[in-house]
Write a protein that binds this ligand. Structure first.
Ligand SMILES: Cc1ncc(COP(=O)(O)O)c(C=O)c1O
Length: 437
């Protein structure tokens, strides 16, 4: 397949844009692809090739690209001339609908990115508790801020004992003092986590957890684990924060908090909230949300583009589409069918592998052992994963070469696309079977 136009664009881009991309996650060797159009499950690159997208904006585009109702709402709002710096009725309606759909949220405030929402939450938790320290789970990604880009995809050789992970910087440029300050928890290890939390109980402002580690593939937190965190937070007055950027609207309409029937004090949302438009949210119990109201000692909550009218139109339209629950139910059924097809193929080809996922998030682990922790995920075979996704790529799917990054389908991935995916997965497994671990 020739991608000469992408190559040419890369040559231009790299002169004016570092690495030729605006997010390092899009960098590719020898050069990234550049795109010109998207519709439903499809994207077209600048050379005119059509792909079935399995990235879907890092899981953000739940309804499919170019969704009619979302695009119409955006276009209508563009006509009004409203953009940012002012409150609008659209933002009020979007917040009302959000609070209706997410039972754990009494209040919500919108920001632009998950990283910003996370920074707000950390300040709010510190304002509420008067404490400083943050606990997070090994392998979880919560954005690129210093206290949380810690032990995100850590090198196992440096990561310390299973039950007491060492806090490792996720990138250069972080303040080592802040990194060291973060307490790193081993997911689904109740005893070790409880011991670590107890040692630091008097210093902890927040426990931050992604109820399913989706940036490490798809690793569900066990319910008992989340219940233990809830209990610890209640007993010690620590703020329990769920990062629902990816679980939101996919595990259940009300997010992981509905799925597990466990309420966090504060939660972060984003991604599917705007079906591709830049938005995130902090939501939760009023007593905690009030920590960000204007007032002495409270945390800041400010942003030039917060509650942008055009983005709010996308949020309202996306939430209206989700409100019946049909979209989430459909995605869950389809994800389940793909998982079953994969399991049957893996068995037939004799490959120790498993597909995990829910609500359109999907991931393939090439390992025989059930994946309950980041460390198990990291030990899965990256070689077999590569052999597998290479076949998917040759079959017209847009996939990530990174064996720890998840994929996603949308409501627009219809039966025909998913049949094609099941067939490609079968051929991919045949290739993986021929590959050394
Ligand atoms: C679970 C999770 N939290 C936070 C973030 C950060 O969000 P953003 O990229 O909007 O800053 C991401 C982004 O991938 C994410 O997946």
């Amino acid at each position: 397949m020739t991608t000469t136009q992408s190559h040419a664009l890369y040559e231009r881009a790299v002169r004016v844009t570092t690495a030729g991309v605006h997010s390092n996650s899009r960098a590719r060797k020898p050069y990234p692809l550049y795109f010109q159009r998207a519709d439903g499950p499809f994207v077209w690159d600048v050379d005119g090739h059509r792909y079935i997208d399995l990235g879907m904006g890092n899981g953000a585009i739940l309804l499919g690209h170019n969704h009619a109702a979302v695009q119409e709402a955006v276009a209508r709002t563009l006509q009004s001339g409203l953009t940012t710096g002012l409150e609008s009725e659209i933002a009020v309606r979007a917040a009302e609908l959000f609070v209706k759909l997410v039972p754990a949220a009494e209040q919500v405030r919108f920001t632009n990115t998950g990283t910003e929402a996370l920074l707000h939450v950390l300040q709010m938790a510190r304002a509420y508790t008067g404490r400083r320290k943050i606990a997070k789970v090994e392998g979880a990604y919560h954005g690129w801020a210093d206290p949380v880009f810690v032990s995100t995809w850590p090198n196992l050789a440096l990561a310390g004992p299973d039950g007491a992970p060492v806090a490792l910087p996720g990138t250069g440029g972080l303040d080592p003092k802040i990194v060291r300050e973060t307490l790193v928890l081993p997911l689904n290890d109740l005893a070790a986590t409880e011991a670590l939390l107890s040692q630091h109980a008097s210093e902890l402002a927040a426990i931050l957890v992604e109820p399913t580690l989706i940036d490490a593939g798809f690793i569900p937190a066990e319910r008992e684990y989340l219940l233990m965190l809830r209990d610890f937070a209640d007993k010690t007055g620590t703020v329990l924060v769920f990062d629902e950027l990816l679980t939101g609207f996919r595990l259940a309409l009300g997010g992981a908090q509905s799925y597990y029937n466990i309420q966090a004090d504060l939660a972060l949302f984003g991604k599917a909230l705007g079906n591709g438009y830049p938005v995130a949210a902090v939501a939760g119990k009023a007593a905690f949300m009030e920590q960000s109201a204007p007032g002495p000692g409270n945390a800041a909550f400010v942003g030039t583009f917060n509650g942008h009218a055009v983005v709010m139109a996308a949020v309202e339209a996306s939430l209206q589409e989700l409100a019946s629950g049909e979209a989430v139910a459909l995605l869950q059924t389809r994800t389940h069918a793909l998982i079953e097809a994969f399991a049957a193929s893996a068995k037939r080809h004799g490959v120790p592998a498993q597909m995990q996922g829910c609500g359109g998030h999907i991931h393939w682990y090439f390992t025989g052992e059930p994946v309950r922790t980041y460390r198990q995920a990291a030990r899965a075979s990256s070689q077999r994963y590569s052999a597998f996704v290479d076949v998917l790529a040759e079959s017209g799917f847009l996939v990530s070469p990174n064996y720890l990054l998840h994929h996603a389908i949308s409501v627009a991935h219809n039966d025909a696309t998913l049949e094609a995916l099941a067939e490609a997965m079968d051929r991919g497994l045949a290739a993986a079977a021929q590959t050394e671990e």
